[in-house]
Design a protein around this ligand. Structure first.
Ligand SMILES: Cc1cc2nc3c(=O)[nH]c(=O)nc-3n(C[C@H](O)[C@H](O)[C@H](O)COP(=O)(O)O)c2cc1C
Ligand SMILES: [Fe+2]
Ligand SMILES: [Fe+2]
Length: 397
């Protein structure tokens, strides 16, 4: 597809990857995706982002419909993931005088992509790129979704170049969201992108969105999928709704367990009763019966998550590992956790889960609680002591 004018002297020069069916290993993409790039022409010329390797020739041809490569002054790198940085090297080969501008935090990333530091400027928040008649204002948006991420606001045309923010994977013929065929649920696609790519960074997103509030945005131009003109703020508002702090004001400790013969379950219920008496909401869930989406919500809503596993074959059981893996799909860093479980003779499962959680930057109680086979009265009174320690651990901030 050729270059498309999106505002006065502003062009889409991206490419469409219609056949892509899985993005970044983790994300099935029914409608392919686009790698959007933009050209902004003032007296000077800025190119915003490149495209994935393999699409370089089509991308360069799109640019050349508008301007010779030698006329480009700046390449603005919104973030260095290879779907957007994959053509930088070839671009610089053909136009070696281009100055690369990126977030200050992205400098090292760009250097690691190019394995050189030629013509590279790192920018601070609210820096300007003056093109003469067109001005790009930099908004650093770290962790949307890499640490190096930034957006630009083009004041003259009220366009926000938002990088992966507000993106969706869709590569049809339409360029704008309001031109999509009726069967495409764009709200769903933008939400799906948020849920898969952005959700682990919601606390950063909350802060970044505040920076956009002062801008009068008429068009959002993301790095994947449709551009938004008539619904420019719709998806900014969706991101706001999706990134609220669900744990705020909720004194909740979620308890999750798996249990083959009910031994670990007895401990789960005792901890729940105790923490409930201590003033916490304590939903208890059998991991094997809990929907993954609900489990992720419960992790986000809770100050702490207490996880019970029996030991099978010197390990925690698979459904517990699957549950623990959900922690990296939500913004769980800094939450608290503890583990418990029944075992027969070696009992490694609980400690292995604790260690994995600690590796994911969860604050974990140092010692798991374990009971041998059917918890005895003595062991249940130890559960009461353990519950008190959990309450103190949570309350100590
Ligand atoms: C297939 C299987 C493998 C097991 N492997 C271990 C083990 O390696 N170490 C251990 O301490 N207990 C082992 N056990 C014993 C369980 O941990 C013990 O029965 C425990 O009480 C089960 O708790 P639950 O009823 O909550 O599932 C194993 C049990 C089963 C069924
Ligand atoms: Fe990305
Ligand atoms: Fe991307």
């Amino acid at each position: 597809m050729s270059a498309v004018k999106i505002a006065d002297n502003v062009y889409w020069v991206g490419v469409k990857d219609r056949d892509l069916r899985v993005f970044d290993i983790i994300m099935p993409t029914r409608y392919g995706t686009t790698y959007n790039a933009y050209l902004v022409k003032g007296e000077k010329v800025a190119l915003i982002d490149t495209v994935k390797k393999g699409f370089t020739e089509e991308y360069l041809a799109n640019i050349e419909e508008i301007t010779p490569l030698s006329a480009i002054d700046y390449l603005v790198v919104n973030h260095t993931e290879p779907d957007h940085s994959g053509s930088i090297i070839e671009l610089l080969k053909r136009a070696p005088n281009i100055q690369i501008v990126c977030a200050l935090a992205a400098k090292i990333f760009v250097q690691n992509v190019l394995n050189s530091d030629n013509n590279l400027t790192g920018l601070k928040d609210n820096a300007f790129i003056e093109l003469g008649g067109k001005t790009l204002t930099i908004k650093l948006t770290p962790y949307m979704h890499w640490p190096d991420t930034m957006m630009e606001y083009l004041a003259e045309d009220k366009v926000l170049f938002s990088g992966d923010g507000f993106a969706a994977h869709y590569a049809g013929d339409a360029i704008y969201g309001d031109e999509l065929p009726g069967e495409i649920d764009l709200d769903h696609e933008v939400h799906y992108y948020f849920d898969t790519i952005m959700r682990p960074f919601t606390s950063h997103i909350r802060k970044n969105l505040v920076k956009l509030e002062e801008l009068d945005i008429k068009m959002v131009a993301p790095s994947h999928g449709p551009l938004f003109r008539n619904q420019a703020n719709r998806y900014i508002n969706m991101y706001k709704d999706c990134s609220v702090d669900k744990a705020e004001g909720k004194n909740q400790v979620a308890i999750f367990y798996a249990s083959s013969y009910g031994n670990t379950k007895i401990i789960a219920e005792r901890i729940s009763t105790n923490l409930n008496r201590a003033g916490f909401l304590t939903p208890v869930n059998d991991i094997t019966a809990c929907d993954k989406m609900k489990a992720r919500e419960l992790i986000e809503e809770s100050k702490a998550v207490i996880i019970g596993t029996p030991t099978f074959n010197g390990d925690a059981v698979k459904p517990v590992w699957d549950f623990v893996n959900l922690f990296s799909t939500v913004d769980a860093k800094g939450k608290k956790a503890a583990t418990f479980g029944s075992y027969g003779w070696s009992g490694e499962g609980t400690k292995l889960v604790s260690d994995r959680l600690a590796g994911m930057k969860i604050k974990v109680m140092p010692e798991p609680f374990r009971a041998k086979l059917v918890p005895s009265e003595k062991e249940l009174s130890e559960v009461d002591r353990f519950s008190g320690e959990i309450a103190n651990f949570i309350n100590e901030g």
